[in-house]
Ligand binder design. Sequence first.
Ligand code: NAD
Length: 256
Amino acid sequence: MLKGKTALVTGSTSGIGLGVALALAREGANIILNGFGDVDGPKAEVAALGVKVGYHGADMSKPADIAAMVAYADAEFGGIDVLVNNAGIQHVAAVQDFPVEKWDAIIAINLSSAFHTTRLALPGMLKKNWGRILNIASVHGLVASAQKSAYVAAKHGLVGFTKSIALETATTGVTVNAICPGWVLTPLVQKQVDALAAKDGVDNDEAKRRLLAEKQPSLQFTTPDELGALAVFLCSDAAVNVRGQAWSMDGGWTAV
Ligand code: NAD
């Protein structure tokens, strides 16, 4: 379905981003990976699917890095057809204790980076009159939790940003949507499982059970594969009229 197209997935060396990148590659899309940590493993996993794979190490908190990554996509891949704004970080603390540099980093990486990638990639999509922008928001783009003020503010902002750009592109072949996962067991969430295990004096399995029981009625983690399948649907022709949505995949979290 996506043969000949190029997808840039930010923060795709791990977790949800890697799951989405693999799902798009299975549909034939060439993939540009981004993110920190091990790069060779994710690159090999994507390359095994028979598509062209590239990597750019842009720090998504830095607009100049983001511009360099989009220039790399233009030069090496002929532009970006599918943009997945996924890179994100978390920090958990009460607002009066929230480190200022963590607030700034979360707003930069989880929200402002999507502005920079979009403003730079959208003109190329409009020229081809085809494009897909998927913003990986969160249930926290729709509802709040205590101790996560920066994350909740950034993700609500990302959902609002999604709606604005969907309106700006409504008569074009470019669609813009957000995906709102509930708990997904990635390194970002494992840190919160570890904190809960330490606080309650329980083992890893019990901490996972308690974390789910608190918020996610299905009592099951959403998976990167499920999110990848949703991303593939949103890239399909059948989804051309899905515009400006914040699509939850949260085991019922926001149904309460
Ligand atoms: P993760 O920690 O597994 O992956 C995060 C990715 O972002 C990694 O590839 C990391 O290297 C990259 N990254 C972090 N800071 C970066 C920076 N400054 N520049 C470039 N790359 C950077 O986390 P995840 O759970 O897969 O999260 C991915 C996205 O999904 C995030 O936006 C997160 O907020 C969102 N999300 C996660 C969950 C969950 O339960 N895990 C739920 C809802 C939304």
